[in-house]
Design a protein around this ligand. Structure first.
Ligand code: ADP
Ligand code: MG
Length: 364
């Protein structure tokens, strides 16, 4: 056997498939780019459940001409210049991998305009290696529309899998957009699927000003009555094993504020059906298996019949977590996670304690 380098095109395809792992990540990256561009209006359009096309249109700042060439090149980003900036980064993207990876696993094109007055933009298309091909002028207002055609065409096994589960995969992607529609105030979201020429609306929210209003727009307004506002501040002891090397140099605790909504254990009816748990770290949706498990466990002590509806944003200091863990950024490494969970459980027990009487009364 001889060791040899894999050719560049193959490397690009291999690594791209790790960043864009499914339809949900593709949509997530595009929606996050729209949010990072300051959009207040984001419209997601699937064609045939996203199999043929995913299109995300925004009214954000648009993309300057001098940035077109580097847009979809690997590790080209306007958001981060060096590793040291990572702790301060406030944008959802920072690695400059999404557009490059989408080029590697699909056909990418866009139209963009930075002009607030002239309704004229430019069409751009991209090669699979991420090189930009500048097209003609198109009529469009300020903002960007990104089109992804035939996702995973270059990865036959994944394409087949996506085709087989298209409906479910689209539902997962919509769940992610829903997570953003709930947590972002001042942004209007719309999701449609064009199926055999017919357009179906899956999500439509106005730009409202509060989490409660967002919740009511996304789900049924009547479900609001069964929700309590969540706002707790935890003083979480810093796990010394994490900062052992620093010889106790760091602070002995870190403040975590949790805001959001949670269903009353005493209101078993009127909650929306299905999985309704949305967790965020500083407004970024994440998949918090251990945190969610802890919340469900405490809730069970007050209501053994159902899982709670939860929308919870964990506001953490930038140095208390690391989002650069997995290529899709959905796994977040929380420092002192065990301590955080212990504090959270205790705080939730206290939070629900007044509810206990109500529920017991109802149960009788
Ligand atoms: P990242 O978001 O990590 O920077 P991406 O590959 O997602 O990497 O995007 C590369 C760059 O393209 C971004 O840094 C941004 O400058 C620009 N960009 C992408 N999408 C948009 C958009 N919808 N509006 C404005 N700029 C965009
Ligand atoms: Mg991005």
């Amino acid at each position: 056997m001889s060791i040899q380098a894999i050719d560049r095109t193959s490397v690009h395809r291999l690594t791209s498939g790790q960043v864009v792992i499914d339809l949900q990540t593709a949509v997530k990256e595009l929606v996050e780019n729209a949010l990072d561009a300051g959009a207040t209006n984001i419209s997601v359009k699937f064609r045939e459940h996203g199999l043929e096309e995913i299109e995300v249109e925004d009214n954000g700042r648009g993309i300057d001409k001098e940035d077109w060439a580097g847009l979809a090149l690997k590790h080209h980003t306007s958001k981060l210049a060096s590793f040291d900036d990572l702790a301060q980064v406030e944008t959802l993207g920072f690695r400059g991998e999404a557009l490059s990876s989408l080029c590697g696993v699909a056909t990418l094109s866009m139209t963009t305009s930075t002009s607030p007055t002239l309704p004229l933009g430019t069409a751009l298309s991209f090669t699979h290696a991420g090189e930009c091909v500048v097209g003609g002028k198109v009529s469009r207002s300020k903002g960007t529309t990104v089109k992804v055609e035939r996702l995973f065409e270059q990865l036959p096994v994944r394409r087949k899998e996506l085709t087989k589960n298209a409906k479910r995969e689209m539902a997962k992607a919509i769940e992610l957009v829903t997570a953003y529609a709930l947590v972002k105030t001042g942004v209007r979201f719309e999701v449609r699927n064009i199926l055999k020429g017919k357009s179906q609306v899956h999500l439509q929210t106005p730009a409202s000003t509060s989490l409660r209003a967002n919740f009511s727009n996304v789900f049924a307004p009547k479900s609001l009555a069964s929700l309590m506002d969540l706002d707790m501040t935890l003083e979480v002891p810093t796990d010394k094993t994490v900062i052992k090397r620093l010889e106790d140099a760091g602070p002995s605790s870190t403040t975590v504020r949790i805001t959001g909504l949670i269903s009353k254990p005493s209101a078993p009816h009127g909650r929306p059906a299905g999985n309704r748990q949305f967790y965020y770290v500083n407004g970024r949706p994440f998949a918090p298996s251990k945190v969610a498990k802890a919340v469900n466990e405490v809730y069970k002590a007050f209501n053994s019949n159902q899982f709670p509806v939860v929308v919870a944003d964990f506001q953490l200091a930038p140095d208390a977590y690391d989002v650069n863990v997995s290529p899709d950024k959905r796994t977040i490494f929380l420092h002192s996670e065990g301590n955080l969970i212990a504090c959270l459980k205790e705080a939730l027990l206290r939070f629900f304690e007044p509810e206990k009487g109500t529920f017991a009364m109802q149960a009788i």
